[in-house]
Write a protein that binds this ligand. Structure first.
Ligand SMILES: C[S@@+](CC[C@H](N)C(=O)[O-])C[C@H]1O[C@@H](n2cnc3c(N)ncnc32)[C@H](O)[C@@H]1O
Length: 202
């Protein structure tokens, strides 16, 4: 899925992934004191804006210029434009404007394992010692036991494949855990399985 795919997906008036922060991001990161952060593959900015509204300086790095324009529009509406920075680049090759940061967030960057290892390596390199890395993905197990999300197993990490990636990085892993949840569909609530990861930069 390349830039053209994401630009086209985001070329609608509504926010494809809503303007609501991801529930696992909210659950685990709401209490962090504000600082600087990177929202890697932040798209239309639902998580970026959540943090900016809490005083964080946030850099949203994403392949899609259309997604980033919607992020800036939302930032203006919420009056946090001065705290929101956008970098239109690949997660596999980006230079952060804000690094070193206190928090590196990566939500639903569903790319092949080798590419994900490169992207997370770059993100973690931009986090200060003692800073937090948090990630969330549609899990591999969602293919069989959950609803929606990508159907290509190559872009769906498991607890095991994520542990392999993180073992190569300077991190103290707090948890790599699949979480059960539910998504609303036209046919009612369906199960979903989400991989959540939290670690501290060494
Ligand atoms: C499922 S969306 C998630 C967006 C956002 N993190 C959220 O949770 O709402 C995936 C995002 O990854 C971005 N993306 C995909 N491949 C990328 C890459 N190689 N580099 C940077 N961004 C990428 C897309 O443009 C899209 O915004």
């Amino acid at each position: 899925m390349d830039k053209a795919f994401w630009d086209q997906k985001y070329s609608v008036d509504e926010y494809v992934y809503t303007t609501e922060v991801n529930r696992f991001v909210k659950e685990h990161l709401s209490d962090l004191p504000p600082g600087k952060m990177i929202d890697l593959a932040g798209g239309e900015g639902r998580n970026t804006i959540f943090f900016a509204e809490r005083g964080w300086q946030v850099e949203n790095v994403d392949l899609s210029s259309v997604g980033l324009e919607k992020c800036q529009k939302l930032a203006a509406e919420r009056k946090v434009s001065d705290l929101v920075f956008t970098t239109n680049a690949s997660a596999l090759d980006f230079d952060s404007k804000l690094a070193p940061v206190d928090l590196g967030l990566c939500a639903y960057l569903q790319i092949p394992q080798n590419d994900l290892a490169v992207a997370l390596g770059l993100l973690v390199a931009d986090i200060k010692q003692g800073g937090v890395f948090f990630g969330v993905w549609h899990a591999l197990e969602n293919l069989k036991d959950g609803f929606g999300g990508p159907q290509n197993p190559e872009v769906l990490p498991s607890e095991e494949s994520m542990a392999e990636i993180l073992a190569e990085l300077p991190l103290s892993v707090q948890f790599i855990t699949n979480r059960d949840g539910q998504v609303q569909t036209k046919e009612g609530l369906k199960p979903s399985i989400t991989l959540t990861v939290m670690a501290i930069k060494l």
